[in-house]
Design a protein around this ligand. Structure first.
Ligand SMILES: [Zn+2]
Length: 266
């Protein structure tokens, strides 16, 4: 492991355009459960079934009441960034050309002080809502302050500017990254295309941006690191071979990242 930490430390120090891609594994130590990992099949099916725009549109009230509010908006009390988030915030603040792309919607990178310019929340953020009408100014300007108390009485949350339905500002399973400007997909893809190293932290390599980034990284022959409790080969058994240059930095990110930050920043 110490050899891998050396490589990670050197990569962070020497890369001009490093892209960090973070996933659920990073927030486990903050008490946020990962829905994808360790969840039973019935639960996974429920989430992928209901976590779609198609369901939102066809059954909006139930979507809000029985799916979203019941399972998602129960913001766990006292959830705060863990040492992995904090170390990463220090590392990127010291390197203005480095970027964090996160799949997490928990807002913890932001809370840990990653400069907004260097943070792409590509799956959105819990607690933000937007209008569903692309013609409304409430489409682009999300709000955190909406009244959801009527949902239990059968009222669908509506935009106060235009009356259209409101929805959470998160990417649903049947949506594309370019479905909303908040996701900053173009900027993220461009950063990946120009990156001279990629560091994955706590991702399961199961969805969109991770696959795309791996593919780009492989084609460009740049260093690719996997900071994770499990090696890439176990996370991604479908792959026939490891991408060229992929290094596993095994162990919890809340240990590895502070280690790297201490070596680089003292
Ligand atoms: Zn509106």
């Amino acid at each position: 492991v110490s050899g891998a930490l050396d490589i990670l430390t050197r990569t962070v120090r020497e890369s001009r355009r490093l892209v960090w891609i973070t996933g659920a594994g990073l927030s486990v130590a903050s008490g946020i459960p990962s829905y994808r990992r360790g969840a039973d099949a019935v639960w996974s099916r429920f989430v992928t079934d209901w976590g779609t725009r198609a369901r939102f549109e066809s059954d909006t009230l139930r979507w809000w009441r029985d799916f979203w509010l019941d399972f998602h908006d129960l913001a766990p009390e006292g959830v705060t960034p863990n040492p992995g988030h904090l170390a990463l915030a220090h590392l990127v603040a010291a390197r203005p050309d480095h970027l964090v792309i996160t799949q997490n919607v928990d807002g913890l990178h932001r809370a840990s002080g990653v400069p907004p310019r260097q943070l792409v929340e590509i799956h959105g953020r819990h607690g933000l809502y937007r209008c569903t009408s692309a013609r409304c100014s409430g489409f682009r300007q999300p709000s955190e302050d909406i009244d959801l108390s009527g949902v239990s009485r059968g009222e669908i949350p509506r935009c106060e500017r235009c009356g259209a339905k409101l929805r959470p500002l998160v990417l649903l399973f049947d949506e594309r990254y370019d479905s909303h400007p908040f996701f900053r997909a173009e900027e993220a893809f461009e950063a990946v295309a120009l990156a001279d190293a990629l560091v994955f932290v706590g991702t399961s390599f199961a969805v969109g941006i991770t696959e795309l980034a791996l593919d780009v990284g492989r084609r460009h022959g740049i260093p690719i690191l996997n900071v994770n409790v499990e090696p890439y080969a176990e996370l991604h058994p479908a792959s026939l071979s490891r991408p060229l240059g992929l290094v596993d930095v095994l162990g919890p990110a809340e240990d590895s990242l502070p280690d790297v930050a201490a070596r680089l920043l003292g």
